[in-house]
Design a protein around this ligand. Structure first.
Ligand SMILES: C[S@@+](CC[C@H](N)C(=O)[O-])C[C@H]1O[C@@H](n2cnc3c(N)ncnc32)[C@H](O)[C@@H]1O
Length: 362
C-alpha cells in the first residue's frame, strides 16, 4: 500500500469515528425532538396557524397562545427552529428583511386539535410523552438484567390497574388511543373494504372508549357494533349511534358477535396470554363462519417503508408499558394464530401503521 492510500484509509477511519460520535450526540438528545413536538401541541401552534389561514410570524403566533402571561419569543424561536428542521412547520424568509413566516406542512396537519380537524395524533403526542408514561422507559436495562415489567417497576402496578386508580392518566391514555382509532381506521377501512361487507355484528375487544367500532359502524351502518372493554373504561365512554358498550374481562368471556375486531390489544400481551384471549374470541364467534379481524403492526425489522422503523420503537414502547407485550413479525403472527387454533390467516397491508390480519378458526 502506498503512503497516499494509508493516508486516505486513516482519513476514512477518522471520518467514520467522528460520524459515530456525532450519531451518539444526536441520539443523546433525540428526546428533544419529541419534547419540541409536545410543546407545539400544548401551545396549539398548528391550530393558531390554521385559524389564521396562512403562515404567521413568531409575534403573531405568540399573540395567539392562550394563558401566556409573560410570553418569551426567544424560547418560541428556538423550539420552532428544531420543528422547522424536522419539517413540522415551514419557514418562509421575508425577501424585504421582514419577519420569517411559519406555515403548516403535511406533518403539522396531524397535530391539529380543534374540532373538524380530525384525524389528529395530537392527543397521542401528549399522552406518549407524559412524565407518568415515560417513567417506565427508564427501567428497560433493569428488565434485561432481571426480567419483569418496566411499568410495574416504575409504578408498582400494571398499566391497567394504574389506569383504574389514576383517572387523569386513564383519561389521557384513552384519549391517546381514541385518536389513533380515527387515524388508523381510515386506512384499515379503505384497505379492507370487502372484509366487513358480510358481517352483521362486530365486537371490538379492548375497544377503549368505542371510537374504533364507531368508525366501523359509520362506514358500515348495517353492522351492529359492540364496544367491549374493562368496566372503568366503558364507564367513561361516550354514546355512539349503533354501538353498545359492554364492560367485562376478555380473559373471562367476550360478548357474542359475527366477528371479533381487535386493534392494539394482542400487542399488549405475551404469546401465552394472547392464546387465552384468542380462545375466548373463538367462543364468541359463530362456529364455522366467524372470523377475528386484528389491526396490529406487522414488524419488518429491516424494512424501509414509511412505518417500519416506528414499528421497532412501538415494540420498545410495549416493553416499557406492558407485561409481555410486543410487536410481532409475520412468521410470529402466523405461529401465534396457529397455536391459538386459527390455522388460516391473511395479512393485508393497508395505508396505516398497522396491517389487517384476518384469522379463521377453520
Ligand atoms: C392499547 S389499548 C387499545 C385500545 C383500542 N383498541 C385502540 O386501539 O384504540 C388496550 C385496551 O385493552 C383494554 N383491556 C386491558 N385488559 C383488558 C381485559 N382484561 N378485558 C377487556 N379489555 C381489556 C384496555 O382497557 C385498553 O382499552
Amino acid at each position: 500500500m502506498g503512503s497516499g492510500e494509508t493516508y486516505a484509509a486513516t482519513q476514512t477511519e477518522e471520518t467514520l469515528t467522528l460520524q459515530g460520535q456525532a450519531d451518539i450526540w444526536k441520539l443523546i438528545y433525540t428526546y428533544g425532538d419529541s419534547m419540541a413536538l409536545k410543546s407545539a401541541v400544548e401551545l396549539r401552534i398548528p391550530d393558531i396557524i390554521r385559524r389564521h389561514g396562512g403562515p404567521l410570524s413568531l409575534t403573531q403566533i405568540l399573540a395567539g397562545i392562550s394563558d401566556a402571561p409573560s410570553p418569551d419569543i426567544t424560547c418560541l424561536a428556538r423550539i420552532m427552529r428544531v420543528l422547522v428542521r424536522n419539517k413540522i412547520f415551514s419557514a418562509q424568509e421575508a425577501s424585504d428583511g421582514g419577519d420569517t413566516l411559519y406555515g403548516l406542512t403535511h406533518s403539522s396537519r396531524w397535530l391539529l386539535t380543534e374540532s373538524g380537524s380530525e384525524p389528529s395524533l395530537a392527543p397521542l403526542v401528549v399522552m406518549e410523552n407524559h412524565p407518568l408514561r415515560m417513567a417506565s422507559w427508564h427501567y428497560l436495562s433493569q428488565c434485561v438484567r432481571e426480567g419483569g415489567s418496566a411499568f410495574v417497576k416504575a409504578h408498582g402496578r400494571d398499566v391497567w390497574e394504574f389506569g383504574l386508580e389514576n383517572p387523569e392518566f386513564n383519561k389521557r391514555f384513552n384519549e391517546g388511543m381514541a385518536c389513533t382509532a380515527k387515524t388508523v381506521m381510515s386506512g384499515v377501512i379503505s384497505g379492507y373494504k370487502d372484509g366487513f361487507d358480510s358481517i352483521g355484528s362486530v365486537v371490538d375487544v379492548g375497544g377503549g372508549t368505542g371510537q374504533t367500532i364507531s368508525e366501523i359502524v359509520k362506514s358500515y351502518p348495517h353492522i351492529k357494533g359492540i364496544n367491549f372493554d374493562l368496566p372503568h373504561v366503558v364507564a367513561a365512554a361516550p354514546k355512539y349511534e349503533g354501538v353498545t358498550h359492554i364492560g367485562g374481562d376478555m380473559f373471562q368471556e367476550i360478548p357474542h358477535a359475527d366477528a371479533v375486531f381487535m386493534k392494539w390489544v394482542l400487542h399488549d400481551w405475551s404469546d401465552e396470554d394472547c392464546v387465552k384471549i384468542l380462545n375466548k374470541c373463538k367462543k364468541a364467534i359463530p362456529e364455522g363462519r366467524g372470523k377475528v379481524i386484528i389491526a396490529e403492526i406487522v414488524l419488518k425489522p429491516e424494512g424501509q417503508g414509511f412505518f417500519d422503523y416506528t414499528g421497532l420503537l412501538v415494540d420498545l414502547a410495549m416493553l416499557a408499558t406492558c407485561n409481555g407485550g410486543r410487536e410481532r413479525t409475520e412468521p410470529e403472527w402466523k405461529k401465534l394464530l396457529q397455536e391459538a387454533g386459527f390455522p388460516r390467516s391473511n395479512i393485508i397491508t393497508v395505508n396505516a401503521l398497522t396491517s389487517v390480519i384476518e384469522a379463521y378458526p377453520i
